[in-house]
Design a protein around this ligand. Structure first.
Ligand code: UT7
Length: 374
């Protein structure tokens, strides 16, 4: 499929006649054709955290399921990590940066107030025809970004979009607060979505987004997120403040309800869902959601033990790993569900059609491309 038609050629021309009116009602399906991820190399284990705050590996594993998380280097940021994930997604989709019409990044930890993370990624991947902007709904940011991008595809305003979830949570974590610092990590994930061919059994089947700003005090961050983190010296400015129990209760209720609604609106039942690829806040939250949906945990993708909660990045990282692990087959109905500060939440059902180049092969191709020419 081609992704390179120019923006101008897709502007409605408003000709007279019944046929034209019908044309303006066209809505295209959006298929996922490429996935990618990037995790910074530095790993912070629960045992490392035992040296920093009054906690234990046993407590963290039992109460959250998390064993380790990745932490960005000083010269890494949400845009550099997002660009790495994006490069892999582009390779996996078998396209060029210049094929992309739109770049949308979900992030609550941008490099600075502006320019957007999306424009930095746009430049970095050579998406030289694309518009670009960020979306922030905290941990629901990726679903909001994907839903927004899918609307561009549906209307015909774009044929190919790069959607990125990328976070440097370590820059806003309060490393003196054991109730929050054990939960979060850094990383990025990315998808390429494209207009599906007519009749292709693929695309986004439902999207539910919800919010409750009246409960904003349960989870928020204050301060800028531009200062580099100093883990051992504990120097940082921005901080996450969270009522863990309040968030836990709300997360279980909202995730379960949004997921059920998204499945209903797709005209499906829970039995039709091959795999749920949820946000990764806490294993107990995911288990409670699965119980509420009557969905066996074997059909819930979990990787929070390795990465913790990477906010907007959890879902695209998990989808890329699920694809890599062969857990997604063409025709499968997949469920996304996310919850975060705002409060904000959402769920989406889509039908998987397969990436063009398997992720592992795309990684190898990326490594070969990056190797110096002798
Ligand atoms: O995307 C959404 C982002 N946020 C979340 O999803 C967080 C949702 N909430 C949670 O995941 C859980 O509430 C936590 C993991 C944050 C906490 O687990 P909990 O079972 O709800 O523990 P709690 O807050 O009820 O605290 C129980 C005890 C307290 O001690 P006391 O008062 O009983 O003496 C805490 O001070 O555990 C203590 N505690 C810890 N102990 C060791 C809290 N954090 C720690 C820690 N290590 N890291």
């Amino acid at each position: 499929m081609s992704c390179n038609s120019a923006w101008a050629t897709r502007r409605p021309s408003y000709p007279d006649g019944a046929g034209a009116a019908k044309d303006h009602n066209i809505s295209y399906a959006a298929r996922i054709s490429g996935v990618g991820r990037y995790l910074p190399s530095r790993i912070l284990t629960n045992h490392d955290l035992e040296q920093m705050v009054d906690t234990s590996d046993e407590w963290i594993v039992e109460r959250s399921g998390i064993r380790e998380r990745h932490i960005a280097a000083d010269d890494e940021s949400s845009s550099t990590m997002g660009a790495e994930a994006a490069r892999m997604a582009i390779a996996s989709a078998g396209i060029e940066g210049s094929d992309i019409d739109l770049v949308v990044a979900g992030t609550c930890t941008p490099d600075g107030p502006f320019p957007s993370v999306a424009t930095r990624i746009q430049h970095s991947v050579g998406a030289n025809r694309a518009g670009a902007f960020d979306v922030n709904s905290a941990c629901t940011g990726f679903l909001s970004a994907l839903g927004t991008s899918a609307q561009f595809i549906a209307s015909g305003a774009a044929e190919c979009a790069l959607v990125v979830g990328t976070e440097t949570m370590s820059r806003i974590v309060d490393w003196t607060d054991r109730g929050t610092c054990v939960l979060f990590g850094d990383g990025a994930g990315a998808l390429v979505i494209e207009r599906a061919a007519e009749g292709e059994p693929a695309g986004i089947e439902s999207l539910v987004l919800g919010s409750d700003g009246g409960q904003a005090d349960l989870l928020y961050s204050h301060g800028p997120c531009t200062a580099p983190v100093v883990l051992d010296g504990l120097e940082q400015e921005a901080k996450i403040v969270m009522d863990g129990r309040g968030i836990f209760r709300n997360a279980v209720t909202a995730l379960t309800k949004a997921a059920r609604q998204a499945i209903d609106e797709a005209g499906l039942t829970v039995d039709d869902i091959s795999l749920c690829v949820p946000h990764q806040p806490n294993i107990r939250i995911l288990q409670a959601m699965a119980r509420g949906l009557d969905l066996p945990m074997e059909r819930v993708f979990v990787n929070l033990d390795k990465y913790g909660n990477t906010s907007s990045a959890t879902i695209p990282i998990a989808l890329s790993e699920a694809s890599d692990a062969g857990r997604l087959q063409p025709g499968d109905h997949i469920l996304f569900a996310a919850f975060g500060g705002g409060l904000s939440w959402g769920a989406m059902v889509f039908q998987w059609s397969g990436v063009r180049v398997p992720v592992a092969a795309a990684m190898k191709a990326g490594a070969a491309a990056a190797a110096p020419v002798s």
